[in-house]
Every structure is written in structure tokens, then in C-alpha cells.
Write a protein that binds this ligand. Structure first.
Ligand SMILES: Nc1ncnc2c1ncn2[C@@H]1O[C@H](COP(=O)(O)OP(=O)(O)OP(=O)(O)O)[C@@H](O)[C@H]1O
Ligand SMILES: [Mg+2]
Length: 362
């Protein structure tokens, strides 16, 4: 686990990258701490790989500065940086055995033979491939190849490991178990990880902190919990998890919140960040923050008619058409013994968890 008292490993200051007319990165700043598992999360084309390549030294910046442990490295060539990268295509050397792949970087460093042997064995134990040392890398499953790629990147003891969507080629089960393994390895080695993904679940489960990116900019940086519960704008709210968005107008502002009006005269109390200037926007509520109740329950803020049930295993998603005409999704947990006492067409009320309705304007 990182701590903000740790030194800053990577300091990105106002990084921009232009490819002709394309702005791949637009004034990106972030501080990544030593021993942190830091994730760049965002949709395709938002600039994640570009930023990673800039940290690695494979790409130059158009503007901005980048420091590694306090040292300016903007003009330092890639092979002089204490940084290693794991790519989506693991690109193992096919003619080499697993052990030869892992020891490759150590040989490049000119380490002595005994050290290389020990270190290679140690890395293979770490990724649980101790008994595969003499296999050809082509004789491995996708997950095993990915672990060899990881061992190879970790062997030369980089201070920072960059990982560009390293799990995306794996099937779901393997991806899930590799998430846990990666997180364990990161903790165990204390190496700073900068991990790139477009998969929000991956980001939420592994990261100490996440930077949510879109259009070449970091929209918000924080731990999984704060980004999920306190998104700074509609993009972040939408990209992380599911959220209901209802057209709304702020009609009153209080000290730490406000009252917004939906169509049809329905009003709802909501939280409101200080930066929210406009009065037109969206009322955002997570599906799990809504509870279905009887239509005349005084605690309910919204009323509507049940539209549809979708059974999802651990929970059921209920769609409710509210009086404004909008559809709202509600998540109901399928705990043992409990069953939702409602059916399609029923008139119901919806209780909003205190503090969970948030107004966002852009
Ligand atoms: N060498 C290049 N020349 C021109 N444009 C580029 C180049 N590399 C990237 N771009 C553009 O820069 C933007 C950011 O690309 P980047 O590869 O960083 O996105 P990404 O977030 O990694 O996306 P993905 O999730 O699809 O991998 C895109 O619009 C891309 O088309
Ligand atoms: Mg990419």
C-alpha cells in the first residue's frame, strides 16, 4: 500500500503531446508515489499509451516536464531510465526457454552468472512458474506467458514498472485471478506500478489510486472509493460503474447542497460541488442507492411504475419508469430468503439513500 508520505516516484508536470493536428495529451499533471499501484483508466484513444510511452522514454513530449525520483528525465534515453514495460502483446522470445526469457534483461545488464541464476529462479517462484523454467515459451498458456513477461520485466529490479493493458488478451477467469496475483506481486516487491486499462473493474480492484482520463486530459485522480462515490463530473460518474442520470434544474442552493427540480415538478435534495456554476444539469444516483418501497411511503422521493426485472445472479436490476417519464435502474440484492415483493406494472415509491443524489453540470 502506498502512502502519501512516500517520496514521489514520477512527477508529470503539464505534459502535452501533439501528433500533427491530433492532441494526444493536453496539459496532464500527476504525482505518482513510490510503491504505489497507480492506474490510468479511460476509453480508447484518450491518451493512456501515449502517457506510458512518454514515461518509458519511447516518446518525446511536445511540452511539459517529467521527473523520476526528483531527477529531470525529459531528455534521458529509454535505456537509461530505471523503468521497464509490460505490453499487451507479451512478445516473449519464442526460441528461448522460460528461464532464458526471464534472464535476458539481467544478461544485458552484464550481471554475473550466479546472480542471474538465483534471480531468475526467484522471479519464476514469484510468478509461480518455478517448474516451467525449461519449457519453450511457445508451449505455455496465455496466462503463463503473461506471467513470464511479468517475471522478465521484474527481474532487472526496475524502480518503476509500466503495464499497458497486460491482461486484455486473457479470458475472464484468468484475468480475474491475474488481477489478484499482480496486486500481490506489486505489494511484495514494493515496485511502483503504472497500470493502463480501459476496464473500470480492473482499475477499481487493483489500484491504490486511479487517474480517470478522457480526451488527453486527466479528469479526476483519487482512490477507487472516492472516485466512485464522489465523481467530479458527468464523464467520471458515467465511466465508473452504473449511474442514473436525470435532467434536472437547480432551484435552490444551501450551504452544502441544493434542491433540484426534475420534469413534472418533482423536487429532490442533492449534493452540489462548489465548482458547479450552471443550474441546468443532471441528477446522478447509483442504482444501489435506491430502495423500492410502497407508493405512499413518506420516505420516498420518486414515484413510478415497475417496467422490467433483470435477474443478474447476485442481484436483480429493476427498471422503474418514474413520473417524469424517465427510466430509473434500481439494484436489489438477492440475499438468501429475501425476495422482492413486487411485479411488473406495480406502482412503487423510491427511497434515495441520504447523501447519494448528486447534481453534476458537465
Ligand atoms: N504515432 C501516432 N501518430 C499519430 N497519432 C497518434 C499516434 N499515437 C497515438 N496517436 C493518437 O493519439 C491519441 C491517443 O492515443 P493512445 O494510443 O495514447 O490512446 P489509448 O488511450 O492508449 O487508447 P487504447 O485504449 O485504444 O489503447 C489517439 O487519438 C491516437 O490516434
Ligand atoms: Mg493504448
Amino acid at each position: 500500500m502506498h502512502s502519501v508520505s512516500n517520496p514521489i516516484a514520477i512527477d508529470l508536470a503539464n505534459i502535452s503531446k501533439q501528433y500533427g493536428d491530433v492532441t494526444a495529451l493536453n496539459d496532464v499533471s500527476a504525482s505518482i508515489y513510490d510503491s504505489e499501484f497507480f492506474t490510468l483508466l479511460g476509453p480508447s484513444g484518450c491518451g493512456k499509451t501515449t502517457l506510458l510511452r512518454i514515461i518509458a522514454g519511447f516518446e518525446t513530449v511536445s511540452a511539459g516536464n517529467i521527473q523520476l525520483y526528483g531527477q529531470e528525465i525529459r531528455d534521458l534515453p529509454a535505456n537509461k531510465r530505471p523503468v521497464n514495460t509490460v505490453f499487451q502483446q507479451y512478445s516473449l522470445f519464442p526460441h528461448m526457454t522460460v528461464a532464458e526469457n526471464v534472464s535476458f534483461g539481467l544478461q544485458m545488464q552484464g550481471r554475473d552468472r550466479a546472480f542471474i541464476k538465483d534471480r531468475t529462479a526467484q522471479m519464476l517462484e514469484l510468478v509461480q512458474l518455478g517448474s516451467y523454467a525449461d519449457r519453450k515459451s511457445t508451449q505455455l498458456s496465455g496466462g503463463q506467458q503473461q506471467r513470464v513477461a511479468l517475471a522478465r520485466a521484474l527481474a532487472p529490479e526496475p524502480k518503476v514498472l509500466l503495464l499497458d493493458e497486460p491482461l486484455s488478451a486473457l479470458d475472464l477467469k484468468l484475468r480475474q485471478s491475474m488481477r489478484m496475483e499482480l496486486k500481490q506481486i506489486q505489494k511484495h516487491t514494493g515496485i511502483t506500478f503504472v497500470f493502463v486499462t480501459h476496464d473500470q473493474e480492473e482499475a477499481l480492484t487493483m489500484s491504490d489510486r486511479i487517474a480517470v482520463m478522457s480526451n488527453g486530459q486527466i479528469q479526476q485522480t483519487g482512490d477507487a472509493h472516492s472516485i466512485y462515490t464522489d465523481p467530479c463530473n458527468l464523464f467520471v460518474a458515467d465511466f465508473i460503474g452504473e449511474i442514473n442520470k436525470l435532467d434536472a434544474t437547480i432551484i435552490e442552493r444551501f450551504d452544502n447542497g441544493g434542491l433540484c427540480q426534475l420534469g413534472d415538478g418533482v423536487t429532490v435534495e442533492c449534493s452540489l460541488s462548489e465548482s458547479t456554476q450552471q443550474s441546468e444539469g443532471q441528477l446522478c444516483i447509483r442504482p444501489e442507492c435506491l430502495t423500492i418501497t410502497s407508493v405512499d411511503d413518506k420516505r420516498s422521493s420518486l414515484q413510478g411504475e415497475i417496467d422490467q426485472f433483470v435477474f443478474l445472479g447476485t442481484d436483480t436490476q429493476v427498471s422503474v419508469k418514474i413520473s417524469t417519464g424517465a427510466s430509473v435502474l434500481v439494484r436489489v440484492q438477492n440475499t438468501s430468503g429475501s425476495q422482492l415483493d413486487a411485479k411488473t406494472g406495480d406502482q412503487v415509491g423510491l427511497i434515495i439513500d441520504p447523501g447519494s443524489a448528486r447534481f453534476l453540470d458537465s
